[in-house]
Design a protein around this ligand. Structure first.
Ligand code: ZN
Length: 159
């Protein structure tokens, strides 16, 4: 089987049987991100545990790339701390800009999205869920390992 076809299979598999889909009732922050050029939407919630790790839940609709990517995001980022999750998001962005070689240790099945880099219009589909996670984690009060609080312009939850 060609690598390209294998990647296609991985994406279709996540699309048909998404991991972690369904919103949790408890959460610290919720975001809703849309990709108007394709019609993809995601609602994503995170709750921050005492250990600093974020529990992720989401509900989404849209094209196969966006849906598969959300499922893969859940596999790679759920129950991770901010630094580890943000590193995965950054790596995905770099991979889709073709500035790094895909690293399976960081992205898991996300390496199957590497081919999306050839279709600039679809890059946003692949990034939607991951960007939503980053936004939600920041709004929930993400702190990097250095202890610096990360601020966000879109932070409406903070009192
Ligand atoms: Zn899409």
């Amino acid at each position: 089987m060609k690598l390209e076809n294998m990647y296609q299979e991985i994406i279709l598999d996540h699309y048909k049987r998404p991991h972690g889909k369904g919103l949790a009732e408890q959460f610290d922050s919720e975001v809703h991100h849309v990709n108007p050029t394709c019609g993809d939407e995601i609602t994503l919630r995170v709750s921050r545990g005492e250990d600093g790790n974020f529990v992720v839940s989401y509900d989404s609709l849209g094209c196969s790339i966006s849906q598969a990517s959300a499922s893969i995001m859940f596999d790679q980022i759920n129950q991770h701390d901010f630094d580890s999750g943000a590193a995965a998001v950054d790596h995905l962005v770099s991979m889709l800009q073709r500035s790094v070689e895909p690293d399976e240790d960081i992205l898991g099945d996300g390496i199957a999205l590497a081919g999306v880099a050839q279709y600039p219009a679809r890059v946003k589909c692949a990034l939607l869920a991951w960007m939503a996670w980053k936004d939600a984690a920041i709004q929930a009060g993400a702190e990097s390992l250095s202890g610096t609080k990360i601020s966000s312009d879109s932070n409406k939850e903070q009192n």
